[in-house]
Design a protein around this ligand. Structure first.
Ligand code: DX5
Ligand code: ZN
Length: 229
């Protein structure tokens, strides 16, 4: 785990394509294009139709995806009972597993179990949830994921309330923890997220709606750079 985390930390800022928006009819091609575009990590959105009002895919699909690429998998579990299915996601080959504080209000055990298995552990927070809910557990995480839309669907509008959360959480983080932002992250919004402290940017529409993934990657990184200058 240490090496995997170190590698991701050293490559910050990280643009993580959200595979919710990819062409599922041609995963071979999608992975090849994403590798050519030099993305450092892929974001896998898992939805159960219960925690969120939408269904996506689960461990069987991730296991098959794992055979098609060696890029790290950052799984985002939008499911009501992540503990019940943890072993399946570990066996499927996820490199990091993030679950929601709204699903597991006492997350210490589950975070520990994920890390025990040499996997990075993350905690996600919805737009309507206060940072207070995650604060006691932040030191136990490798990654904090701030939602900037209500989880469930790609292509939604970025909610600026997420920026306040990023500022606050950034102050509580060590340098070896990732701060991720997810939902509506695109050229007009990514710079503000970086300025607020995010170093990992989950992007669905802003990559998969573009004709050239490599150009999309460069454009997003350039938009971050303009803020840092
Ligand atoms: C929403 C997901 C996101 C989403 C991002 O529930 O967690 O990862 O797919 O898509 P865009 O970038 O289109 O908002
Ligand atoms: Zn996500």
């Amino acid at each position: 785990m240490a090496n995997r985390l170190q590698e991701l930390l050293s490559r910050r800022p990280l643009i993580a394509p959200s595979m919710l928006k990819c062409d599922f009819g041609n995963l071979h091609r999608e992975f090849a294009l994403l590798e050519q575009a030099d993305f450092p990590v892929l974001h896998l959105d898992v939805m159960d139709g219960h925690f969120v009002p939408n269904l996506s895919y689960g461990p069987m699909v991730i296991e098959r995806m794992r055979e098609l690429t060696s890029l790290p998998f950052d799984a985002h579990l939008m499911i009501s009972d992540p503990a019940k299915y943890l072993d399946d996601y570990l066996a499927a080959g996820c490199d990091s597993i993030t679950f929601h504080i709204e699903a597991v209000p006492e997350p210490t055990d589950l975070l520990g179990k994920i890390r025990e298995k040499n996997c990075l552990a993350g905690l996600a927070i919805n737009p309507g949830t206060s940072v207070d809910a995650i604060e006691p557990f932040i030191s136990q995480c490798d990654l904090i994921l701030v939602m900037s839309v209500e989880p469930g669907f790609g292509g939604q509008k970025f909610m600026p309330i997420a920026l306040d959360k990023l500022f606050r959480i950034k102050e509580l983080l060590r340098n070896d923890q990732l701060l991720s932002i997810d939902g509506g992250v695109a050229i007009p919004t990514i710079g503000k997220c970086a300025a607020a402290g995010a170093d990992t940017f989950v992007c669905g529409s802003s990559i998969f709606n573009e004709p050239d993934y490599s150009e999309a990657h460069k454009g997003l990184l350039a938009a971050i750079e303009t803020v840092n200058r």
